[in-house]
Write a protein of this length. Structure first.
Length: 436
């Protein structure tokens, strides 16, 4: 392969290459043999047509056309593997092909690549998204210890049958929002520890003093940060029926009791509290991270400046979104058009495709911003990062580290991309979090 010319214009790079004459001749010979072996001529068995007869039936143009694709493929792989292609500047998967010359002794091909756009990302200090370092208070730790000991609680009938703090009340309840039942708001024969704070604030307090068989309507307001957005900050009514009341006798929580959980490095009650605190903190960090990453991403989309949107990348992203939607429709056993109407709420396919255009553009800007930030901030995944990841997954799933490494052997590059992006967002979070 020889490069004849290279020119960059209109956000594209055009590279004209000439095939090695011997390779081009050899490819034509292979193509001629293939065409000859597939000839169907009356009086001859397939693949046994005499050479002089085959020669009269196969034109030079047929041979050239048949040899073209494999030769172009070879030229493409040679070119994209060469130093002529800067993969940080040229999108190697996005190309058009223009055959400049195709003759028996000569083949020239122009490969047209899209260039990566110029990208200007915002300074991390300009992001408005804030991150609060999660904390764990003593009450949360004790609440978890309380939950862990439930199997050892003794429940006995209560003589007074009047609900007090510390009792286990068995109740039926149903919740109403604007006088209409809401999903997940009802239960039968539910055991509730009074004073545990496991229900909406004010719920348990309004049960105090009720007796077995009592019925009552109570009113509570869901917290503004409640996970179910349709209920967040809303005042609701619950109808309550008290079925039974039992007295709870809990085991003594001491150093000896702490050992029964067989947790690593837990030998005393203080060790147990430390272990639980660490576990809760880790979970809170994951939740806090999951909540803040979409906000950071949205800001990156809004604040990143891209010189132009590469058509090929945009087309790939749109196809990915549409394909994913069709797969979800198939899994739900629903017709694709019906799915985007009934499940996604679009009036027509045109409305859906318009949204796909907008979503794909935003997704692409985010990807380009992330790649630019990774480059600017010199984020890299080390062997130690990979080992730590495999160690964590091993502990979570109980799968040996060596087995995990074998599983990911063919997907290691994809894993590195994932961990690099994780590492980037961790660094951004570190910069927007208040200094301790």
């Amino acid at each position: 392969m020889k490069i004849i010319s290279k020119e960059s214009k209109n956000n594209k790079t055009e590279i004209v290459v000439r095939a090695d004459s011997k390779k081009w001749t050899d490819q034509q010979t292979k193509s001629y043999k293939t065409l000859a072996s597939n000839l169907n001529i009356q009086g001859f068995r397939k693949g046994h047509v005499p050479a002089e007869v085959a020669k009269s039936k196969i034109s030079e143009q047929e041979v050239l056309n048949h040899a073209l694709k494999p030769m172009v493929d070879e030229l493409y792989h040679e070119l994209t593997a060469s130093k002529e292609i800067d993969k940080k500047k040229i999108i190697v998967d996005a190309l058009n092909i223009d055959i400049k010359e195709i003759k028996k002794n000569s083949l020239e091909v122009c490969f047209i690549f899209e260039n990566y756009p110029e990208i200007e990302v915002p300074k991390i200090t300009l992001l408005k998204t804030k991150y609060t370092n999660p904390i764990v208070d003593d009450k949360e730790v004790e609440s978890e210890i309380n939950r862990m000991t439930k199997n050892d609680w003794m429940l006995t009938e209560k003589d007074s049958q009047i609900i007090a703090n510390g009792d286990m009340a068995n109740i039926d309840f149903e919740g109403f929002l604007d006088d209409k039942p809401f999903p997940g708001g009802a239960a039968k024969a539910f055991d509730l520890e009074i004073g545990s704070g496991s229900f909406i604030p004010g719920f348990e307090d309004q049960l105090l003093g009720l007796k077995k068989g009592d019925k009552k309507d109570i009113f509570v307001t869901f917290p503004t940060d409640y996970h179910e957005k349709s209920l967040a900050g809303k005042k609701t009514k619950f109808t309550i029926t008290v079925n039974n009341i039992k007295q709870i006798t809990k085991p003594e929580i001491n150093n000896e009791y702490a050992k029964k959980f067989n947790l690593p490095n837990v030998h005393t009650l203080e060790d147990l509290r430390k272990h639980i605190r660490e576990q809760i903190l880790e979970m809170k960090k994951i939740q806090a991270r999951d909540a803040v990453v979409p906000l950071i991403s949205q800001e990156l989309i809004q604040m990143t400046k891209v010189s132009y949107i590469p058509e090929s990348l945009l087309k790939d992203e749109k196809n990915r979104i549409i394909s994913d939607t069709k797969n979800r429709a198939q899994q739900a056993n629903v017709d694709y058009l019906k799915y985007i109407n009934t499940q996604l709420g679009y009036k027509s396919e045109a409305d859906f495709l318009k949204n796909v255009d907008e979503t794909a553009t935003k997704n692409l800007i985010l990807v380009l911003a992330i790649e630019k930030l990774i480059e600017d901030m010199k984020i890299q995944v080390t062997d130690n990062d990979l080992n730590e990841y495999f160690k964590k997954i091993s502990q979570y799933y109980g799968t040996p580290v060596n087995q995990l490494k074998q599983t990911f052997e063919t997907r290691l590059e994809g894993l590195k991309v994932f961990l690099t992006q994780q590492k980037l967002f961790d660094e951004i979070i570190k910069q927007i979090a208040p200094k301790i």
